[in-house]
Design a protein around this ligand. Structure first.
Ligand code: ZN
Length: 602
């Protein structure tokens, strides 16, 4: 490896943290960082971390070098970094504060399973004293959660002001949660102690000491979340440091600096976290909210100066602008800064786990979410796609495979031959030159009529297959009919007449609307011949009325999203008649589903 490769092992990092050390920054100069002549210190690694650190060395010879080339006399060597960090996911506690996000206990158990599968170090399960749901979660977790990698953590707060630790309800609930590790929040900003807690700074410090000592006496590992730390530090650093000192002296394992309001910027993080690391021997962690859009950047800034514990949520869930998105923090650290996070061999689980969790919390995944979004490795038309065919790293900052995502070619009427050829190759189809010409012609015509294949991958695939001479033979439509009847109540009924092989089938179904009724009738007609159809469901139906901008008069565009639980696909229909447009999209959806779920039968 050249000099810009990772050079630090645990030992050299630990020795760098002892005493003043020089480290190289981006622009080739060196500066020295004083540790104030404090005693030798290093960050103890958990057993899981040691395993990561080994995996990480194996991962240094990537085939995809994602760093910019050195040039112009600049040196892009990585700064002096810790070899590994603990990844602490708080989706089940802080993330659940997101508006519209509500999890049952079963959902929480399934999210925890996914996080363990991904290989995070810690899973914060909730606040056992705060509500019955979290109490039930911690009661069921030991029996129903078989964690292979992660440690479950219960969340709470320090004792209340003026109450003895052994008499405090919250602390009792934490002990009863039986997790082995707990995270407690402490007010570390003077203004919050005075205004919110309405107590003295000395009592706030005593609350930390007593609570940590009590939990340690109950054999618990203790993480201390120092709430409003960054704002508090800016206003009264002496007090915020007293809080950390109390936690350290009482035996806390990690001092977690929280940006509770989310307004801190990366340069402030670097300075403040450095100051803290200069003063304390205990492991330092960071917890950022995204109100200034900097939660991921701040997390990285914290690690680049020496924090070795990072809190956040997969997909960045959380109240207001959310928490740091671990689906970005993890690959940034692992792939770019070469700091071990989750086990290296689990990185490709990032995209599937992110999407699975999105489904469990019932929030549609953001297609533009870095690393894991459906659009973030999608390339559209023209120069771009021909270039990417030659060099995959020309327009991709990392290889999508590393995080379990994939390159996708988006095809529209703007597509050139190269885009189409790559799309066909992605689907495993061979298009000869005539087929290619015919698809390009149909694309142009159909898009002019109002189709939009860029968002309808399912219909596009069928169009490409048709150009090779393929015709679906699952069923042939003879006719369909939909009746909406306003009697005592409004009812909708659809009749579908199809042929499957030699057999003519007529089926009728009722539905809560025309599409639902048509879907029911088609399934009832062919379902017994194609049992795999039972696993295929429509998940979304969107209608848009297109105006005459394209010179076609007013037409309706229908998009249907379907899933077989594994993959999802979108199909499209366009017509002046909404029922006809819906039928096209529905019929494509079913054909696509049969094609990919091994719809053998007819
Ligand atoms: Zn928070």
């Amino acid at each position: 490896m050249s000099s810009d490769g990772p050079t630090l092992g645990d030992e050299s990092y630990a020795s760098a943290r002892r005493g003043g050390h020089g480290h190289t920054h981006g622009h080739g100069h060196t500066h020295t960082h004083s540790h104030g002549g404090g005693p030798a210190h290093s960050h103890p690694l958990t057993p899981g971390q040691e395993a990561h650190a080994h995996g990480r060395r194996g991962a240094t010879d990537h085939d995809h070098d994602d760093r910019p080339p050195a040039g112009g006399g600049h040196d892009f060597a990585l700064p002096d970094l810790p070899p590994a960090v603990d990844v602490f996911d708080t989706t089940l506690r802080d993330g659940s504060q997101q508006e519209g996000l509500s999890l049952t206990v079963d959902d929480k158990l399934r999210v925890a399973e996914q996080l363990d599968h991904l290989g995070v170090t810690f899973i914060e399960g909730g606040w056992p004293g705060a509500n019955p749901k979290d109490a039930e979660f911690f009661a069921r977790a030991p029996k129903e959660l078989d964690l292979s990698h992660a440690t479950l953590v219960a969340f709470g707060s320090t004792r209340r002001a003026g109450v003895r630790a052994e008499d405090d309800e919250t602390l009792r609930h934490l002990v009863e949660a039986q997790t082995g590790a707990v995270c407690i929040v402490a007010k570390s900003s003077e203004v919050h102690v005075v205004d919110a807690l309405r107590t003295t700074l000395d009592e706030a410090v005593a609350m930390v000491t007593d609570s940590v000592e009590f939990l340690r006496a109950n054999d618990l590992r203790v993480f201390l979340d120092a709430e409003h730390f960054f704002d508090g530090y800016k206003a009264n650093p002496e007090f915020t440091l007293r809080i950390l000192q109390a936690a350290e002296e009482a035996g806390a394992e990690t001092l977690v600096l929280c940006d509770t309001n989310g307004g801190t910027l990366p340069f402030e993080v670097e300075r403040i976290v450095s100051h803290v690391l200069d003063r304390f021997e205990t492991q330092v962690g960071v917890h950022f909210h995204n109100d200034s859009g900097c939660a991921v950047a701040n997390s990285l800034a914290g690690v680049t100066v020496g924090a070795t514990h990072v809190q956040g949520c997969v997909n960045g869930y959380g109240e207001r602008a959310g928490n740091a998105d671990l689906a970005a923090v993890v690959p940034d650290l692992s792939l770019k800064l070469r700091v071990a996070t989750i086990p290296a061999d689990r990185l490709p689980l990032l995209t599937p786990v992110s999407h699975h969790i999105a489904e469990l919390v019932n929030i549609a995944p953001n297609p533009q979410q870095p690393f894991v979004g459906a659009s973030v490795f999608a390339h559209k038309a023209g120069l771009h796609t021909s270039a990417i065919a030659r060099r995959s790293d020309a327009y991709e900052h990392v290889s999508p495979d590393l995080v379990g995502n994939g390159t996708r070619f988006v095809v529209s009427e703007m597509a050139g031959r190269s885009t189409l050829a790559m799309k066909a190759a992605e689907l495993g189809l061979e298009l000869d030159s005539d087929a290619m010409t015919s698809v390009l012609d149909s694309l142009k015509t159909l898009e002019y009529e109002g189709y939009h294949f860029e968002v309808a991958d399912g219909s596009l695939e069928l169009l490409l297959r048709n150009s090779t001479g393929w015709r679906q033979d699952f069923f042939t439509l003879e006719s369909y009919r939909v009746i909406a009847d306003q009697g005592d109540e409004l009812s909708t009924e659809a009749t579908v007449k199809v042929r499957v092989g030699d057999e003519r089938i007529v089926a009728t179904a009722e539905g809560n609307g025309p599409v639902n009724a048509l879907d029911g009738a088609l399934r009832s007609a062919i379902g017994s011949r194609y049992p795999s159809l039972e696993g295929v469901h429509l998940v979304d139906y969107r209608v848009r009325v297109l105006d005459s901008a394209k010179g076609t008069g007013s037409v309706t565009r229908v998009l249907i999203d379907s899933t077989d639980g594994d993959r999802t696909w979108t199909t499209i229909g366009v017509s002046e008649n909404i029922i006809a447009a819906s039928w096209q999209a529905l019929s494509d959806s079913v054909v696509y589903g049969l094609l990919h779920t091994g719809g053998a039968g007819a």
